[in-house]
Design a protein around this ligand. Structure first.
Ligand SMILES: [Ca+2]
Ligand SMILES: [Ca+2]
Ligand SMILES: [Ca+2]
Length: 165
């Protein structure tokens, strides 16, 4: 009986461990191998938003597929943001104009979902990428110093199997 009790205990311990690491934190929403946080109460500039995501052990959202883009658009629609609201992503062309990359990396876009006519580098200084409510959440390039809502993403290392190596 003692052995069986031990096995049962072990089972629950392992189960609890997996549950903790495969669930998203409170307030974060799962999609595929990532958890996402939609921050619409605290508006920040692109740099401030980037720092805030990093303080939460995550990064501004990086869109790698149409499925991921559709997920984000659906979540934004549920938030019912104001017409002029835009949400920061990691996308930017800060280093080289019109050379769009994700975050600080040199990872170029595998897919893109710009609104027709965007990116337009309006007033010669739009270097950060948003989901724009007015465009039904198509992408827009925007002035990086405007305070906006933003989206953080963290990959789930257990599910993606990338915790080792
Ligand atoms: Ca992603
Ligand atoms: Ca630009
Ligand atoms: Ca623009």
């Amino acid at each position: 009986m003692a052995d069986i009790g031990y096995l049962v205990l072990l089972f629950y311990l392992i189960g609890g461990f997996v549950a903790v690491y495969s669930n998203c934190s409170n307030g974060w929403i799962r999609n595929d191998d990532s958890c996402y946080l939609f921050v619409d109460l605290h508006r920040k500039t692109w740099l401030q938003a980037k720092s805030d995501c990093e303080a939460r052990n995550s990064h501004l959202v990086v869109i790698e597929s149409k499925a991921e883009n559709d997920f984000v658009k659906n979540q934004l629609a549920k938030l019912h943001p104001g017409t002029e609201d835009q949400f920061w992503t990691a996308g930017n062309d800060l280093v080289t104009e019109n050379n769009w990359v994700w975050g600080n990396t040199s990872d170029i876009f595998e897919v893109s979902f710009w609104h027709p006519g965007e990116p337009n580098q309006s007033a010669g200084e739009e270097d950060c990428l948003t989901f724009y409510t007015r465009y039904r959440f198509d992408w827009n390039d925007e002035h990086c110093n405007k305070p906006m809502p933003y989206i953080c993403e963290v990959e789930d290392y257990i599910d993606s199997g990338s915790i080792i190596g």
